[in-house]
Design a protein around this ligand. Sequence first.
Ligand SMILES: Nc1ncnc2c1ncn2[C@@H]1O[C@H](COP(=O)(O)OP(=O)(O)OP(=O)(O)O)[C@@H](O)[C@H]1O
Ligand SMILES: [Mg+2]
Length: 585
Amino acid sequence: MSAAPAAVKPAADGWAIYRRLLKYARPHAGMFFIGVLGAILFAGANAATGWLVKSFLDGAFIQKNPNAAWQVPLEVILLFTLRGIGDYISNYYPSWVGRQVIKGLRHDVFAHYMRLPTAYLDRQQSGHLLSKLTNNIELVAAAATNAAISIISDSLSIVFLLGVLFYFNWRLAAYCILAAPVIAWLMQIANRSFRRYSERIQYSMGDVTRVAKEAIEAHRLIKIFNAEDHQTDRFEQVNEHNRASNMKLIRTKAISNPVVQLIAAVALASVLYVSIKQILGGLKFADFFGFLTTLFMIPSPLRSLVNMSGPLQQGIAAGQSVFELLDEPTEGSGGSRGLTRARGEIEFRGVSFTYDEAKGEVLRDVSFHVSPGETVAIVGRSGSGKTTLVGLLPRFFDVQQGAVLLDGVDVRDYKLSDLRAQISLVSQEVVLFHDTIRNNIAFNALDNSDAAVTEAARAANVMEFVNQQPKGFDTLLTDRGQNFSGGQRQRISIARALLKNAPVLMLDEATAALDNESERRVQQELSLLMRGRTTLVIAHRLSTVEGADRIIVLDGGRIAEMGTHQELLARAGLYAALHGMQFNV
Ligand SMILES: Nc1ncnc2c1ncn2[C@@H]1O[C@H](COP(=O)(O)OP(=O)(O)OP(=O)(O)O)[C@@H](O)[C@H]1O
Ligand SMILES: [Mg+2]
């Protein structure tokens, strides 16, 4: 768990990222504009406070006007009503846009996850993918709208207040402006650190999510190894790194504010110097007080402006990582050839495949042919490449050399969705959803009739334990199906594949978790179903593949032997050796 700021890429142009973010807000520009109007109202009402003071002093002290007694308080109420309305509008509407942006961005990111190639998803840490979807997107949207409106509103306030200052006394006002370039320069420095630290925080948030997720999912493993402390230490590392990164951001934020205020104070001091000289030269009391009140109101929006640049930079950093992800190429839609129902002829032609160059070839020059309706078993030692081989047909990965053909056509020529529709796969790892048994079986085909679901469930021997559940098919599976046994989970996943009713069936250790009796029964049902389908079966338990039309023996990614059970036994080669180990012990 190296605390990996190294993985953080240098910041791209912040403005370009921001513009891209704004695209998500554009459909809601009208709502945002209402917010801007609110901000203008707020800033205007705010800036008018100086006038109010002047009007109070003029009325009460200079002119001694009796009407002032009710005029001025009325003005106060009116002004603050307008200010309040502006405040509400400038908060509510931009936030509304913000939530729309979050939703839109989340939708796009999630949809993009669904389309990313297996190779990319395998490489990523799921914690980081999750954290982008939850944490980063919140930050992004905060920047896109809330920070934006705040910046607009605060800048407007400052501009209006400055306008009033110039109106009251332009010479004094000019002195205040002197501080502006210094403040701008400091803010730029602060912004850069904000962004850098934010990137680190977001990355470390991903680490926190990942470690927690792993540990929570592995709770049984952790208990049996008494590894609670070890895991807690592991969590402590990422937790501490997250805290330290946050502290750096907090420090920068905390320092930037007083520094800016100090500069403002220096500007104020110089103004006082000049104004005292002007007062001695005959400056009017009420004018001066109006000016001073207005001047004292400037630090507040200035402070909030400085504070806002933190979230803004955080949002830009988050936006960068989200957009990097959205720019990852998807696996596309494959070729242009349509396919309604394949006959189920499979051919591997000189296939070589490697996951990554450094690890070398996982499959080497593999060639074989399966006729429609045939059942072919693939056996071999663990790590010999069986799962890899069957994964090439639905194009989880693409071959580097040779070709995989379905019905005599390269799988890369088919539309990806059409190609995958031809294949039912029971994978080695059982994957179930937090949903009812029925929905887990029906999965993407919820319109299937209950009869069809029941039939698939019966064939996979699922009925046996469904009937024991008080709620039957409506029983909810907990997270990853932990409330069912390993074999029961496996049977649900077989039923799901059977319901798909595809011409090609691939079973990767599909019955490995079943006892001999259940396996035999499921096997019988499967052999009925295999009729008229092309089936690839992977099994370590060789007794389950004896009946296959042909057996392919993989060794180190090459086809070592191929033939029927009897032929291979007669050859006395690798298969016979594996067989001997399983049966003659
Ligand atoms: N996603 C992956 N990325 C990189 N390497 C992988 C990946 N999946 C498998 N490998 C490597 O490819 C080789 C073949 O793996 P594969 O899963 O195909 O073996 P297998 O024959 O199915 O083994 P088992 O019987 O244990 O399931 C192994 O050396 C494995 O380490
Ligand atoms: Mg495997």
